[in-house]
Design a protein around this ligand. Structure first.
Ligand code: ATR
Length: 274
C-alpha cells in the first residue's frame, strides 16, 4: 500500500482523507491517505520523515504551499507560474528508481473543471476575480488558458492586483486594480479573497452581474457564504468551492495513480455531510 497525506497546520478538519479514500475505493487503488499536521517551522522535515516512512506523495495546504514549492526538484510550468505547490510527487516519472521530488498545483484546474461541471462558459466571457493572494495566483493561468474576453483582478490592496496582472499579462487580456475601479458587468465573478472566512464582503458595486452571470466563491460551507448571498440578491447564480476541492483532489490523484476518479458521487456525499 502506497502512502499519501495532506500536510497543513491546522489540518484536523481537512476533507482530503475522505475524498481520497472514496477515490481509492472507486478505482481499486490500494492507497493509504492521512492528514499530517506539520510543525510551522519545519515543513521540509515533516516531508522527509514521511518519505522515509514510505510516503509516495502529498497534498499541501495552508500555510505550506510556498515552502513546498521551494523544496521541489522539478516543477510543472503551472506550479512555476503559481509560485506554489499543492501536490508533491515522489518519482514523478513513475519509475521506482526515480526519487526526485516533483511539484505541481491542481487548484486552478480544479476550479476550471468545477465551472465546467456547472455549465459555465469561460471562453469569450468577462471575468472578475476578487483577491490577489496565493489562492488567486494559483488559478489565473488556467482561467486565462480558457480564453475569456477579459479578466479583471480586483483587490483591497490595489497594488497587489496590479502586480499580479503584470505577472500574467503574457497569457491574455488581464488587468488589475482596487475594488473602487471595478466596472461591470461581468459574466463570471470569482471570490478568491479570504473575506468570507470572517463573514466579510468586499465593497462591490450593485451592477456587477450581467444577465445569467455566475458568482463563484472558492470558500464553502453548510450555508451560502455572504458573497453568494449578496450575489443571489442581485440575480446571479451562486456556486461554492466544494466542487473545486473535489476536482483538485481528483487531479492530484491522477498525478499519483494515473487514474481519473468519478468526482460526482464524491461531491454529492460531501455535500450531504456538510
Ligand atoms: P490566500 O492563500 O487565501 O490567497 P492570502 O495570500 O493571505 O491568502 O490572501 C488573502 C486575500 O484575501 C488577499 O487578496 C486579501 O486582500 P489584501 O491583499 O488587501 O490583504 C483578501 N482579503 C482578506 N480579508 C479581506 C477582507 N475582509 N476584505 C477584502 N479582502 C480581504
Amino acid at each position: 500500500t502506497d502512502r499519501y497525506c495532506v500536510f497543513g497546520h491546522p489540518v484536523g478538519h481537512s476533507k482530503s482523507p475522505a475524498i481520497h479514500a472514496a477515490f481509492a475505493d472507486q478505482t481499486g487503488e490500494a492507497i493509504d491517505y492521512t492528514a499530517i499536521e506539520a510543525p510551522l517551522d519545519d515543513f521540509a522535515g515533516a516531508w522527509r520523515a514521511f518519505i522515509a516512512a514510505g510516503g509516495r506523495g502529498a497534498n499541501v495546504t495552508v500555510p505550506f504551499k510556498e515552502e513546498a514549492f521551494r523544496l521541489c526538484e522539478v516543477l510543472s510550468p503551472r506550479a512555476l507560474r503559481a509560485g506554489a505547490v499543492n501536490t508533491l510527487i515522489l518519482g514523478g516519472n513513475g519509475q521506482s528508481n526515480d526519487l526526485k521530488v516533483y511539484g505541481d498545483t491542481t487548484d486552478g484546474v480544479g476550479l476550471v473543471r468545477d465551472l465546467e461541471r456547472h455549465g459555465v462558459t469561460l471562453a469569450g466571457a468577462r471575468l472578475l476575480v476578487l483577491g490577489a493572494g496565493g489562492a488567486v495566483r494559483g488559478v489565473l493561468e488556467p482561467l486565462l488558458a480558457a480564453a475569456p474576453a477579459s479578466l479583471v483582478v480586483a483587490n483591497r490592496t490595489a497594488e497587489k492586483a496590479e502586480a499580479l496582472a503584470a505577472d500574467f499579462a503574457d497569457l491574455g487580456e488581464i488587468r488589475g486594480g482596487g475594488f473602487d475601479a471595478i466596472s461591470g458587468p461581468f459574466d463570471v465573478v470569482i471570490n478568491g479573497t479570504s473575506a468570507s472566512l470572517a463573514g466579510d464582503l468586499p465593497p462591490l458595486p450593485d451592477d456587477l452581474f450581467a444577465d445569467g452571470a455566475t458568482a463563484y466563491d472558492m470558500m464553502y460551507g453548510a450555508e451560502p457564504t455572504v458573497f453568494l448571498q449578496w450575489a443571489a440578491e442581485r440575480g446571479a447564480r451562486g456556486v461554492d468551492g466544494l466542487g473545486m476541492l473535489v476536482e483538485q483532489a481528483a487531479e492530484s490523484f491522477f498525478l499519483w495513480r494515473h487514474r481519473r476518479p468519478d468526482t460526482d458521487p464524491v461531491l454529492e456525499a460531501l455535500r450531504r455531510a456538510l
